[in-house]
Write a protein that binds this ligand. Structure first.
Ligand SMILES: Cc1cc2nc3c(=O)[nH]c(=O)nc-3n(C[C@H](O)[C@H](O)[C@H](O)COP(=O)(O)O)c2cc1C
Length: 221
């Protein structure tokens, strides 16, 4: 009687296909070649640094998971959105991040939401300050978007802004802004879902919003 582990070993050898065998090795090797899973367990698996949104990179392990992530990005990328920069102040210094996942939530009371990655440095600051300003970018602000999507230390270098009445950074040249206090934070996979209560808001000077669709910036015209 084969032991359970011997039976498992045979099952994994049986599952070897020609595609698993390196070029130049006889296909007879299928009877003795270790399974892809076994090779991966020695090599540490197939890792890919996967870009979900520009600047938002996650490590995905294994070919099936990578294919699923690509399908997720391709389908969800069909949904167009605006582009925002969410700001706060940390120890007297303005900080911020580019954020596509923003939405209005409730009129009474007035609530909005955005979803930062768990690794976001700006969100760590927002969690402490309990306040943030969401700036709705204008069509000519792709450079601002790229700057706030980067890991630069001083993203506000060369960016014009004014403090809101709560002291949050309101960028110049946007189509609008909302100044919020943090009402709730929920865990949501590799992101947080942040609900904000709108304390103040206003229209910006610009007329046309910056849009994001299929991984590219677009404008409405
Ligand atoms: C158009 C666009 C939309 C983005 N949307 C989001 C988003 O919704 N949530 C998120 O966590 N990151 C998003 N990012 C990526 C962040 O801006 C990026 O990870 C940034 O480096 C975070 O900065 P921080 O670590 O200083 O907070 C987006 C980037 C771009 C260019």
């Amino acid at each position: 009687m084969p032991s359970a582990s011997q039976a498992e070993g045979r099952a994994s050898v049986d599952s070897v296909t020609d595609a698993d065998i390196p070029e130049g090795v006889s296909s007879d090797a299928a009877t003795s070649w270790p399974s892809r899973e076994l090779i991966d367990s020695y090599l540490g698996g197939t890792h890919e640094m996967f870009a979900w949104r520009p600047g938002e990179v996650v490590e995905i392990d294994g070919e099936a998971a990578q294919a699923a992530a690509r399908a997720y990005r391709d389908v969800l990328g069909q949904y167009a959105s605006g582009v925002t920069v969410v700001t706060t102040v940390q120890g007297g210094t303005p900080v911020g991040m580019t954020c596509q996942s923003f939405t209005s939530v409730s009129l009474d009371p007035p609530l909005v939401a955005f979803l930062p990655m768990k690794t976001s440095r700006a969100f760590a600051a927002i969690r402490k300050s309990r306040r943030f300003c969401v700036n709705f970018l204008a069509a000519d602000q792709t450079e601002v978007s790229n700057t706030f999507a980067s890991l630069a230390d001083d993203k506000f270098d060369g960016v014009d802004w004014q403090p809101t009445s709560a002291g949050m950074p309101r960028l110049e040249g946007t189509v609008g802004w909302v100044d919020c206090t943090v009402q709730d934070v929920h865990e949501a996979g590799d992101h947080y879902l942040v609900i904000g209560k709108v304390e103040d808001l206003g229209q910006g000077d610009a007329a046309n919003p910056l849009l994001f669709h299929q991984g590219r910036y677009r404008t409405a015209e």
